[in-house]
Design a protein around this ligand. Structure first.
Ligand SMILES: [Zn+2]
Length: 188
């Protein structure tokens, strides 16, 4: 088996039990709730078993491909019954996904889907700010341990190191302040 292509949940079209229960109302499925309309399948047909022999089975065909059988399962919850979809792997899920250009609906585990947000968070501005925040806290702790910043009219080694790290962390104000301080002292 070749390595699976990795997709994001956000890029996949999904189907919920209520969508399956709506039967042929495909236009409704591709409505506003399923906002990822860019990756919607060209054609999606849903139909129940003939004469509803088993009302818990819905057939779905994506872009004219061989139909897939979807099994619905009702579970008793606190407020009545909840309907789930059963993935081919046996997982009972609230959503089945279809990857872009995919032919078959499967669960998130089967499709090896990740959430875009979980990947981008560590790199995002917010994530970066949080990272920077802990970095700055560490720098401030470091600064507190430096009791001497000058020695014979020059910055001490420890303080220089601190300033270098400040610069790396984007704490330019700290570096500028130190520079101004040094210049003020020198001019006196
Ligand atoms: Zn599955």
């Amino acid at each position: 088996m070749t390595t699976k292509e990795r997709h994001f949940v956000e890029d996949c079209f999904f189907l919920r039990p209520k969508d399956a229960l709506m039967g042929l109302r495909v236009d409704k499925i591709v409505g506003k709730e399923n906002t990822n309309t860019t990756n919607k399948p060209g054609e999606l047909y849903l139909w129940f078993e003939e004469d509803l022999i088993d009302p818990n089975i819905v057939h779905v065909s994506v872009n004219g491909n061989e139909p897939q059988k979807l099994v619905l399962e009702y579970i008793n919850a606190t407020y009545g019954q909840r309907c789930y979809l059963i993935c081919n792997c046996g997982h009972r899920v609230a959503k089945l996904h279809l990857t872009p250009h995919g032919k078959e609906f499967r669960c998130r585990v089967c499709l090896n889907l990740r959430y875009r947000i979980s990947v981008t968070n560590s790199r995002s501005i917010a994530g970066g700010a949080l990272h920077n925040f802990s970095r700055i806290s560490k720098l401030m702790e470091m600064r507190e341990r430096i009791d001497r910043i000058f020695y014979r009219g020059r910055f001490t080694k420890r303080y220089k190191r601190f300033l270098m790290l400040c610069g790396k962390a984007g704490l330019n104000s700290e570096v500028d302040r130190a520079q101004n301080l040094l210049e003020t002292i020198k001019s006196h």
